[in-house]
Design a protein around this ligand. Sequence first.
Ligand code: KG4
Ligand code: ZN
Length: 333
Amino acid sequence: MDTYILAIESSCDETSLSIIKNGSEEISTVVLSQMDTHANYGGVVPEIASRMHIENITIVIEECLNKANMTMDDIDAIAITYGPGLIGSLLIGVMAAKTLAYIYNKPLVPVHHIAGHIYANNLVRPMEFPLMALVVSGGHTELVYMKEHYSFEVVGTTLDDAIGEAYDKVARVIGVKYPGGPNVDKLAHIGKDTYDLPLPLNDDTFNFSFSGIKSAVINLAHNEEQRGNTINKEDLACSFQNRVVDILTKKTMHALTEYGVKNLIVAGGVSANKGLREKLTYLCEKEGINLTIPEIKYCTDNAAMIGAAGYFAYKLGRRADLTLNAKATDRLN
Ligand code: KG4
Ligand code: ZN
Protein backbone atom coordinates (compact mmCIF):
# COMPACT_ATOMS: atom_id res chain seq x y z
CA MET A 1 0.00 0.00 0.00
CA ASP A 2 1.27 3.43 -0.90
CA THR A 3 1.80 6.02 1.83
CA TYR A 4 1.12 9.69 1.21
CA ILE A 5 2.65 12.24 3.57
CA LEU A 6 1.53 15.85 3.63
CA ALA A 7 4.51 17.89 4.84
CA ILE A 8 4.77 21.45 6.12
CA GLU A 9 7.97 23.53 6.39
CA SER A 10 8.02 27.07 7.78
CA SER A 11 11.24 27.26 9.81
CA CYS A 12 12.67 30.39 8.18
CA ASP A 13 11.37 32.48 5.28
CA GLU A 14 9.77 29.87 3.02
CA THR A 15 6.19 28.71 3.50
CA SER A 16 6.15 25.30 1.89
CA LEU A 17 3.78 22.36 1.55
CA SER A 18 4.42 19.07 -0.18
CA ILE A 19 2.79 15.71 -0.76
CA ILE A 20 5.29 12.86 -0.97
CA LYS A 21 4.55 9.25 -1.92
CA ASN A 22 6.52 6.49 -0.13
CA GLY A 23 9.31 8.85 0.95
CA SER A 24 10.73 9.20 -2.52
CA GLU A 25 8.21 10.45 -5.06
CA GLU A 26 7.12 14.08 -5.17
CA ILE A 27 3.43 14.41 -5.99
CA SER A 28 3.20 18.17 -5.52
CA THR A 29 5.17 20.92 -3.81
CA VAL A 30 4.42 24.58 -3.28
CA VAL A 31 7.07 26.99 -1.98
CA LEU A 32 6.19 30.59 -1.23
CA SER A 33 9.47 32.40 -0.70
CA GLN A 34 9.65 35.70 1.17
CA MET A 35 13.13 36.42 -0.15
CA ASP A 36 12.19 39.59 -2.05
CA THR A 37 10.64 41.13 1.06
CA HIS A 38 13.60 40.36 3.31
CA ALA A 39 16.06 41.51 0.65
CA ASN A 40 14.92 45.08 1.45
CA TYR A 41 16.41 44.64 4.94
CA GLY A 42 19.56 42.74 3.96
CA GLY A 43 18.47 39.59 5.81
CA VAL A 44 15.52 37.72 7.26
CA VAL A 45 13.47 39.81 9.73
CA PRO A 46 11.88 37.21 12.08
CA GLU A 47 8.80 39.26 12.95
CA ILE A 48 7.98 39.91 9.29
CA ALA A 49 8.67 36.25 8.44
CA SER A 50 6.14 34.91 10.94
CA ARG A 51 3.47 37.41 9.85
CA MET A 52 3.95 36.41 6.22
CA HIS A 53 3.69 32.71 7.13
CA ILE A 54 0.30 33.45 8.71
CA GLU A 55 -0.88 35.14 5.52
CA ASN A 56 0.44 32.38 3.27
CA ILE A 57 -0.11 29.11 5.07
CA THR A 58 -3.77 28.42 4.20
CA ILE A 59 -3.22 29.47 0.58
CA VAL A 60 -0.29 27.09 0.29
CA ILE A 61 -2.21 24.16 1.85
CA GLU A 62 -5.06 24.59 -0.63
CA GLU A 63 -2.77 25.07 -3.60
CA CYS A 64 -0.71 21.97 -2.79
CA LEU A 65 -3.76 19.69 -2.47
CA ASN A 66 -5.31 21.17 -5.64
CA LYS A 67 -2.10 20.71 -7.60
CA ALA A 68 -2.01 17.05 -6.54
CA ASN A 69 -5.72 16.66 -7.25
CA MET A 70 -6.06 15.15 -3.78
CA THR A 71 -8.06 15.79 -0.62
CA MET A 72 -7.13 15.25 3.02
CA ASP A 73 -8.84 11.84 2.77
CA ASP A 74 -5.96 10.66 0.57
CA ILE A 75 -3.32 11.64 3.14
CA ASP A 76 -1.93 9.06 5.59
CA ALA A 77 -0.02 11.40 7.93
CA ILE A 78 1.11 14.98 8.41
CA ALA A 79 4.84 15.69 8.79
CA ILE A 80 5.91 18.98 10.32
CA THR A 81 9.21 20.77 10.90
CA TYR A 82 9.03 21.49 14.63
CA GLY A 83 12.59 22.91 14.79
CA PRO A 84 15.24 24.16 14.78
CA GLY A 85 14.60 27.54 13.23
CA LEU A 86 12.97 30.88 13.91
CA ILE A 87 10.51 30.28 16.70
CA GLY A 88 7.76 32.57 15.37
CA SER A 89 8.02 31.06 11.89
CA LEU A 90 8.04 27.48 13.18
CA LEU A 91 4.97 28.12 15.32
CA ILE A 92 2.80 28.93 12.31
CA GLY A 93 3.62 25.63 10.60
CA VAL A 94 3.25 23.66 13.83
CA MET A 95 -0.16 25.21 14.54
CA ALA A 96 -1.33 24.51 10.98
CA ALA A 97 -0.13 20.89 11.17
CA LYS A 98 -1.77 20.32 14.55
CA THR A 99 -5.02 21.84 13.30
CA LEU A 100 -5.07 19.60 10.20
CA ALA A 101 -4.18 16.52 12.29
CA TYR A 102 -6.98 17.31 14.73
CA ILE A 103 -9.69 18.14 12.20
CA TYR A 104 -8.95 15.23 9.84
CA ASN A 105 -7.83 12.81 12.55
CA LYS A 106 -4.42 12.11 11.00
CA PRO A 107 -1.17 11.04 12.70
CA LEU A 108 1.22 13.93 13.32
CA VAL A 109 4.92 13.22 12.65
CA PRO A 110 7.54 15.63 14.03
CA VAL A 111 10.58 16.17 11.77
CA HIS A 112 13.88 17.83 12.69
CA HIS A 113 14.76 20.39 10.00
CA ILE A 114 18.21 18.89 9.39
CA ALA A 115 16.78 15.37 9.07
CA GLY A 116 14.67 16.94 6.31
CA HIS A 117 17.73 18.36 4.54
CA ILE A 118 19.41 14.94 4.76
CA TYR A 119 16.38 13.14 3.34
CA ALA A 120 16.22 15.50 0.35
CA ASN A 121 18.73 12.97 -0.99
CA ASN A 122 16.12 10.21 -0.93
CA LEU A 123 14.22 12.18 -3.58
CA VAL A 124 17.20 11.64 -5.92
CA ARG A 125 17.60 7.89 -5.27
CA PRO A 126 17.10 5.58 -2.30
CA MET A 127 19.72 6.33 0.35
CA GLU A 128 22.24 3.49 0.84
CA PHE A 129 23.81 2.73 4.21
CA PRO A 130 26.14 3.18 5.92
CA LEU A 131 26.55 6.72 4.71
CA MET A 132 28.17 9.99 5.70
CA ALA A 133 26.11 13.18 5.37
CA LEU A 134 27.84 16.52 4.98
CA VAL A 135 25.32 19.02 6.38
CA VAL A 136 26.00 22.59 5.29
CA SER A 137 23.28 25.16 5.95
CA GLY A 138 22.65 28.59 7.40
CA GLY A 139 22.60 27.20 10.94
CA HIS A 140 24.56 23.93 10.72
CA THR A 141 27.87 22.50 9.55
CA GLU A 142 28.14 18.85 10.50
CA LEU A 143 29.37 15.47 9.42
CA VAL A 144 26.72 12.91 10.30
CA TYR A 145 27.27 9.15 10.19
CA MET A 146 24.16 7.06 9.47
CA LYS A 147 24.30 3.29 9.79
CA GLU A 148 20.61 2.95 8.89
CA HIS A 149 17.47 5.04 8.38
CA TYR A 150 16.89 7.69 11.00
CA SER A 151 20.05 6.94 12.93
CA PHE A 152 22.13 10.12 13.22
CA GLU A 153 25.60 10.16 14.78
CA VAL A 154 27.23 13.58 14.61
CA VAL A 155 30.96 12.90 14.16
CA GLY A 156 32.04 16.49 13.61
CA THR A 157 30.53 19.94 13.91
CA THR A 158 31.40 23.62 13.69
CA LEU A 159 32.91 25.07 16.83
CA ASP A 160 31.56 28.54 16.02
CA ASP A 161 29.79 29.87 12.89
CA ALA A 162 27.87 27.74 10.42
CA ILE A 163 29.19 27.82 6.86
CA GLY A 164 26.07 29.56 5.49
CA GLU A 165 26.38 32.20 8.19
CA ALA A 166 30.01 32.81 7.15
CA TYR A 167 28.94 33.14 3.50
CA ASP A 168 26.23 35.64 4.40
CA LYS A 169 28.61 37.69 6.56
CA VAL A 170 31.33 37.74 3.90
CA ALA A 171 28.70 38.81 1.37
CA ARG A 172 27.79 41.80 3.53
CA VAL A 173 31.43 42.80 4.05
CA ILE A 174 32.26 42.75 0.36
CA GLY A 175 29.02 44.56 -0.44
CA VAL A 176 27.15 41.75 -2.15
CA LYS A 177 23.40 41.86 -2.04
CA TYR A 178 21.19 39.44 -0.05
CA PRO A 179 20.91 36.46 -0.48
CA GLY A 180 24.61 36.40 0.27
CA GLY A 181 25.63 32.77 -0.27
CA PRO A 182 24.45 32.31 -3.85
CA ASN A 183 25.80 35.72 -4.88
CA VAL A 184 29.27 35.08 -3.38
CA ASP A 185 29.21 31.71 -5.20
CA LYS A 186 28.53 33.48 -8.51
CA LEU A 187 31.33 36.04 -7.96
CA ALA A 188 33.74 33.28 -6.94
CA HIS A 189 33.40 31.74 -10.37
CA ILE A 190 34.36 35.00 -12.05
CA GLY A 191 37.32 35.83 -9.79
CA LYS A 192 40.81 34.45 -9.19
CA ASP A 193 42.30 33.09 -5.98
CA THR A 194 44.65 36.00 -5.21
CA TYR A 195 44.03 36.78 -1.53
CA ASP A 196 46.08 35.19 1.22
CA LEU A 197 43.43 33.71 3.53
CA PRO A 198 43.99 30.94 6.12
CA LEU A 199 42.73 27.38 5.67
CA PRO A 200 40.32 27.27 8.66
CA LEU A 201 40.89 24.63 11.39
CA ASN A 202 43.18 22.57 9.22
CA ASP A 203 43.65 19.67 11.67
CA ASP A 204 42.89 15.95 11.88
CA THR A 205 39.53 16.31 13.65
CA PHE A 206 36.15 16.32 11.87
CA ASN A 207 35.23 19.67 13.39
CA PHE A 208 35.05 22.99 11.57
CA SER A 209 35.59 26.64 12.44
CA PHE A 210 34.67 29.53 10.19
CA SER A 211 34.86 32.55 12.49
CA GLY A 212 38.62 32.94 11.83
CA ILE A 213 38.34 33.13 8.06
CA LYS A 214 35.28 35.37 8.40
CA SER A 215 37.30 37.78 10.58
CA ALA A 216 40.23 37.58 8.15
CA VAL A 217 37.94 38.71 5.31
CA ILE A 218 36.49 41.52 7.47
CA ASN A 219 39.98 42.74 8.49
CA LEU A 220 41.30 42.55 4.97
CA ALA A 221 38.39 44.58 3.61
CA HIS A 222 38.74 47.23 6.37
CA ASN A 223 42.52 47.50 5.97
CA GLU A 224 42.23 47.97 2.24
CA GLU A 225 39.51 50.57 2.75
CA GLN A 226 41.71 52.51 5.22
CA ARG A 227 44.55 52.49 2.74
CA GLY A 228 42.17 53.94 0.17
CA ASN A 229 42.30 50.78 -1.93
CA THR A 230 39.26 49.01 -3.30
CA ILE A 231 39.02 45.28 -2.89
CA ASN A 232 38.45 43.04 -5.85
CA LYS A 233 35.14 41.45 -4.88
CA GLU A 234 35.38 38.61 -7.35
CA ASP A 235 38.90 37.65 -6.27
CA LEU A 236 38.07 37.87 -2.57
CA ALA A 237 34.94 35.75 -3.09
CA CYS A 238 37.02 33.22 -5.03
CA SER A 239 39.76 33.08 -2.37
CA PHE A 240 37.19 32.67 0.43
CA GLN A 241 35.24 30.00 -1.43
CA ASN A 242 38.35 28.02 -2.34
CA ARG A 243 39.47 27.94 1.29
CA VAL A 244 36.13 26.85 2.77
CA VAL A 245 35.48 24.31 0.00
CA ASP A 246 39.00 22.92 0.52
CA ILE A 247 38.47 22.35 4.22
CA LEU A 248 34.92 21.00 3.87
CA THR A 249 35.96 18.48 1.23
CA LYS A 250 39.22 17.55 2.98
CA LYS A 251 37.46 16.70 6.24
CA THR A 252 34.61 14.93 4.50
CA MET A 253 36.95 12.68 2.51
CA HIS A 254 38.95 12.01 5.68
CA ALA A 255 35.77 11.03 7.57
CA LEU A 256 34.75 8.65 4.75
CA THR A 257 38.11 6.86 5.01
CA GLU A 258 38.13 6.81 8.80
CA TYR A 259 34.61 5.35 9.03
CA GLY A 260 35.05 3.06 6.02
CA VAL A 261 32.02 4.53 4.29
CA LYS A 262 31.45 4.48 0.53
CA ASN A 263 28.24 6.57 0.36
CA LEU A 264 28.29 10.35 0.70
CA ILE A 265 25.27 12.64 0.66
CA VAL A 266 25.21 16.42 0.95
CA ALA A 267 22.48 18.40 2.71
CA GLY A 268 21.43 21.98 3.44
CA GLY A 269 21.32 25.30 1.60
CA VAL A 270 25.08 25.47 0.96
CA SER A 271 24.90 22.18 -0.97
CA ALA A 272 23.64 24.41 -3.79
CA ASN A 273 27.18 25.85 -3.92
CA LYS A 274 28.72 25.27 -7.32
CA GLY A 275 32.32 25.16 -6.06
CA LEU A 276 31.46 22.56 -3.40
CA ARG A 277 29.47 20.42 -5.84
CA GLU A 278 32.29 20.47 -8.39
CA LYS A 279 35.05 19.58 -5.96
CA LEU A 280 33.07 16.80 -4.25
CA THR A 281 32.11 15.35 -7.62
CA TYR A 282 35.76 15.31 -8.68
CA LEU A 283 37.08 13.81 -5.42
CA CYS A 284 34.35 11.18 -5.12
CA GLU A 285 34.89 10.02 -8.68
CA LYS A 286 38.60 9.72 -7.98
CA GLU A 287 38.09 7.82 -4.70
CA GLY A 288 35.23 5.58 -5.87
CA ILE A 289 32.69 7.16 -3.52
CA ASN A 290 28.99 6.99 -4.33
CA LEU A 291 28.00 10.70 -4.14
CA THR A 292 24.45 12.07 -4.04
CA ILE A 293 23.62 15.78 -4.01
CA PRO A 294 20.00 16.95 -4.18
CA GLU A 295 18.73 19.01 -7.09
CA ILE A 296 19.19 22.72 -6.38
CA LYS A 297 15.46 23.21 -5.65
CA TYR A 298 15.69 20.58 -2.86
CA CYS A 299 18.90 22.06 -1.37
CA THR A 300 17.32 25.16 0.15
CA ASP A 301 14.31 25.00 2.46
CA ASN A 302 11.31 23.11 1.07
CA ALA A 303 8.61 20.77 2.35
CA ALA A 304 9.41 17.93 -0.08
CA MET A 305 12.45 17.01 2.02
CA ILE A 306 10.29 17.08 5.18
CA GLY A 307 7.85 14.71 3.48
CA ALA A 308 10.70 12.33 2.56
CA ALA A 309 12.06 12.31 6.14
CA GLY A 310 8.51 12.24 7.51
CA TYR A 311 7.78 9.00 5.65
CA PHE A 312 10.63 7.14 7.36
CA ALA A 313 9.81 8.70 10.74
CA TYR A 314 6.17 7.64 10.24
CA LYS A 315 7.18 4.06 9.35
CA LEU A 316 9.31 3.95 12.50
CA GLY A 317 6.29 4.95 14.56
CA ARG A 318 7.40 8.45 15.48
CA ARG A 319 4.38 10.50 16.52
CA ALA A 320 3.59 13.79 18.20
CA ASP A 321 0.33 14.71 19.89
CA LEU A 322 -1.40 18.07 20.06
CA THR A 323 0.99 19.27 22.79
CA LEU A 324 3.77 19.44 20.15
CA ASN A 325 5.61 22.74 20.41
CA ALA A 326 8.08 24.49 18.12
CA LYS A 327 11.72 24.43 19.23
CA ALA A 328 14.22 27.10 18.18
CA THR A 329 17.09 24.69 18.89
CA ASP A 330 17.18 20.92 19.16
CA ARG A 331 19.65 18.08 18.74
CA LEU A 332 19.37 16.14 15.46
CA ASN A 333 17.30 13.06 16.27
O1 KG4 B 1 19.35 25.25 4.46
P1 KG4 B 1 19.03 26.68 4.22
O2 KG4 B 1 18.11 27.04 3.08
O3 KG4 B 1 18.45 27.31 5.51
C1 KG4 B 1 18.86 26.85 6.76
O4 KG4 B 1 18.31 25.80 7.20
O5 KG4 B 1 19.78 27.46 7.31
O6 KG4 B 1 20.43 27.40 4.04
C2 KG4 B 1 20.51 28.77 3.85
C3 KG4 B 1 21.97 29.13 3.71
C4 KG4 B 1 22.18 30.62 3.65
O7 KG4 B 1 23.22 30.97 4.52
C5 KG4 B 1 22.57 30.85 2.18
O8 KG4 B 1 23.40 31.96 2.00
C6 KG4 B 1 23.30 29.56 1.88
O9 KG4 B 1 22.51 28.58 2.50
N1 KG4 B 1 23.40 29.28 0.43
C7 KG4 B 1 24.57 29.24 -0.23
C8 KG4 B 1 24.25 28.98 -1.59
N2 KG4 B 1 22.90 28.87 -1.69
C9 KG4 B 1 22.39 29.05 -0.43
N3 KG4 B 1 25.83 29.40 0.19
C10 KG4 B 1 26.81 29.29 -0.71
N4 KG4 B 1 26.59 29.06 -2.03
C11 KG4 B 1 25.34 28.89 -2.51
N5 KG4 B 1 25.14 28.66 -3.80
ZN1 ZN C 1 17.36 24.70 5.99
